[in-house]
Ligand binder design. Structure first.
Ligand code: GDP
Length: 359
């Protein structure tokens, strides 16, 4: 399976940098020259500065309108770069990583997603974005709401990662981001590494594409791992990967259309009856009733690892909170603005034209 990871903005390029560390094809795009220089693993010729003519390499200061403009201006340069890296043929998936609450990623990602869909109609475009922390305030929430709306019209799936949910209490923000980014890359890289491994009951690229082609709805990845020597019941471990604490965002998994499960571990613990018990339960639980699965017995392995992908999700508290907060804010802002205009008119009413009075 051929995939290209494209990081956009600071958050997105940091995540792409970790993918580069584990040998994925990557590209890093930013309006901030400093942030691009700070990356460690994306090769220098794969780092693209955009919007230089409008912000001079200084970033867009969390303004998604500027981020959008920067991406539009330099889009043809980016498309040429992608062409030179990947060639025109057979790119299965573009993964676009970014932060929903900022400017370059939030503004630029929907523009790039749309261009990729037009240029590469047979490839999937999957957006992987971090949702803002509540404590960041209203602007990141509004940026996120705008970007969710735009991406839902152009991307095939949106993998939203709720920073609020994944942040462990006590961690400061930069430590928390570091851990969250690692979690994102670990799970997605584990899943991609298993796709296309030959075997009797394994997953291939077309299964993954089928699951992720979900008309711009939400997807999430779950994960559970256990020492094979301590494992009591594989069915329970599989179900754990679907439980709320294992997922990237607060979501009602029953609203999912498709699921995919990859199970990797020593052959003696991959017991068919335990696997099918969990698969049966989950197939009935999700709305679309379709779960793809791959089994990867590996005699060298000491741990059992379950990676789960759920797509087509439309009930998510993490997303609803953002949309409702942004909508309420917009409403009260418009009311306050109208009131200010009315008050201004009242205040200035009946004033003469002083130009006629002054000598
Ligand atoms: P941009 O460079 O203008 O696109 O802005 P950022 O990438 O800094 O995006 C800011 C948003 O992304 C904030 O709302 C943060 O919550 C989130 N964010 C920033 N850095 C990281 C990171 O390294 N990891 C994660 N998970 N989220 C981040």
């Amino acid at each position: 399976m051929r995939a290209l990871i494209i990081g956009i903005g600071q958050c997105g390029t940091k995540i792409a940098d970790l993918f580069a560390l584990v040998d994925f094809e990557t590209l890093a795009i930013n309006t901030s020259k400093g942030d691009l220089e700070y990356l460690k693993h994306v090769p220098h010729e794969r780092r693209i500065l955009i919007g230089d003519s409008i912000v001079g390499g200084k970033g867009v200061n969390a303004n998604p309108i500027l981020g959008r403009e920067a991406m539009k201006r330099d889009l043809s340069m980016i498309m040429r770069k992608i062409d030179s890296i990947m060639g025109r043929e057979d790119i299965d998936i573009f993964f676009l990583t970014f932060g929903f609450g900022g400017g370059t990623g939030a503004g630029g990602t929907p523009i790039l997603a749309e261009a990729l869909k037009n240029e590469y109609p047979d490839s999937l475009v999957v957006a992987i974005g971090a949702l803002p922390l509540k404590e960041e305030g209203i602007r990141p929430t509004i940026n996120a709401a705008i970007t969710i709306d735009k991406l839902s019209k152009v991307a095939d799936s949106i993998v939203a990662i709720d920073n609020n949910k994944l942040r462990e209490s006590g961690d400061d923000i930069s430590k928390a981001y570091e851990k969250i980014n690692y979690t994102i890359v670990e799970r997605i890289a584990s899943l991609l590494a298993l796709i296309d491994i030959p075997g009797e009951q394994t997953l291939d690229g077309s299964d993954l594409k089928f699951v992720l082609k979900a008309f711009g709805s939400f997807a999430t990845i779950g994960y559970a791992k256990e020492d094979a020597s301590k494992l009591k019941n594989l069915s329970r471990l599989i179900l754990k990967s679907f439980e709320s604490e294992g997922l990237y965002l607060e979501a009602n998994i029953e609203s999912a259309l498709y699921g995919l499960i990859a199970i990797h571990g020593p052959p003696e613990v991959l017991k068919a009856n335990e696997i099918f018990e969990a698969l049966n339960y989950l197939t009935h639980k999700i709305k679309g009733k379709q779960i793809f699965r791959g089994f990867y017995p590996d005699p060298r392995e000491r741990e059992v690892e379950v990676v789960t992908l759920l797509s087509g999700i439309y009930e998510s508290k993490s997303i609803e909170d953002i949309i409702i907060t942004a909508r309420n804010y917009a409403q009260s802002f418009m009311e306050a603005k109208e009131e200010a205009e009315t008050k201004k008119k009242e205040l200035l009413q009946g004033l003469p034209d002083f130009d006629d009075i002054y000598p």
